[in-house]
Design a binder for this molecule. Structure first.
Ligand SMILES: C[S@@+](CC[C@H](N)C(=O)[O-])C[C@H]1O[C@@H](n2cnc3c(N)ncnc32)[C@H](O)[C@@H]1O
Length: 275
């Protein structure tokens, strides 16, 4: 079991998040402004290539200032050039329809669940792994298992455990299923809705969802999870519920990992009661 702390001892990340939101707005604003400029460029105000380069450079610069991960630079700076490139190809409308379908297969019913696909980091998996005893046959559930990284890791590191992932979106589910078969992993993946799955039999439930679902998740966990079982959430806390947090999370680019032991207030869970 890793050292576990009251979560208010974790470094606060509200500042950077706020910054990220402002940066996103700024980038959107700049992109919109420049797209208007692009339209005007048809009237020879500005060569289109220059405007695209300018937008890409500004977006990359803002990503850099905000210490965003490298792939955000890539997304932010390539967005407008990609739109320009796609329009310039005069592709048939079916290409865009296909892209939309593909996105639907990856992101599922995000407009209903408000939980996007976004894989957690191996550093998080290693921290959560240390909560799971290697000499007991725990049942572990990943609610919304994406492409299965957490489950596959845990099934490999804790062979006695029964590890189950539930995923709504077809393509990530299929990938996780194929990855498990390819690796001969004991991890199991089911395609479905975690809201319909009972949490009763699980010793640890891992969730990396979104702030939108946390209050409902907490209600579900209180109703269904057995006393002593762990609810673990990557990045998102439950509003108004004091949590513990895994030491080593919330620093160095690793998101905070919150933990609640069902049936016990965070204040009475001490190191001696963790195993
Ligand atoms: C942030 S990702 C986390 C993926 C994975 N747990 C990980 O740590 O890498 C959340 C996942 O939950 C899935 N999801 C969202 N709502 C769901 C639902 N109601 N039932 C099952 N999966 C859902 C999304 O498709 C997405 O793959």
């Amino acid at each position: 079991m890793p050292p576990i702390l009251p979560s208010n001892l974790l470094s606060r990340r509200a500042g950077p998040r706020l910054c990220n939101r402002s940066a996103a707005l700024l980038i959107i604003g700049l992109s919109w402004g420049l797209s208007q400029w692009l339209v005007a460029s048809q009237a020879q105000m500005l060569p289109i290539q220059s405007a695209l380069w300018l937008q890409a450079a500004l977006a990359a610069l803002l990503s850099l200032c905000l210490a965003q991960p490298w792939w955000w630079w890539l997304i932010n700076s390539s967005f407008l050039p990609s739109v320009h490139f796609a329009l310039a190809q005069h592709w048939p409308a079916s290409v865009f329809l296909l892209a939309l379908l593909l996105l639907g297969l990856v992101f599922g019913a995000i407009f209903l669940t408000r939980v996007p696909f976004y894989p957690s980091q191996p550093a998080v998996w290693s921290l959560v792994e240390t909560m799971v005893p290697d000499n007991k046959s725990w049942s572990v559930l990943d609610m919304g298992s994406g492409i299965g990284g957490f489950c596959l890791h845990l099934a490999r590191r804790r062979p006695l455990c029964r590890v189950l992932g539930i995923e709504w979106a077809w393509l990530p589910w299929l990938l996780s299923h194929l990855r498990a078969r390819h690796r001969g992993s004991a991890g199991r993946f089911v395609r479905g809705d975690y809201r319909q799955h009972s949490l009763a039999g699980h010793d640890l439930v891992f969730a990396y969802l979104s702030p939108a679902f946390m209050p409902a998740l907490w209600q579900k966990a209180c109703r269904e999870m057995k006393p002593g079982a762990w609810l673990v959430s990557c990045e998102f806390a439950v509003p108004g519920q004091p949590a513990l947090a895994l030491a080593g999370s919330g620093v160095g680019g690793i998101p905070p990992v919150y933990a609640w032991r069902m049936g016990q207030p965070a204040s009475v869970v001490s190191d001696s009661t963790l195993a």
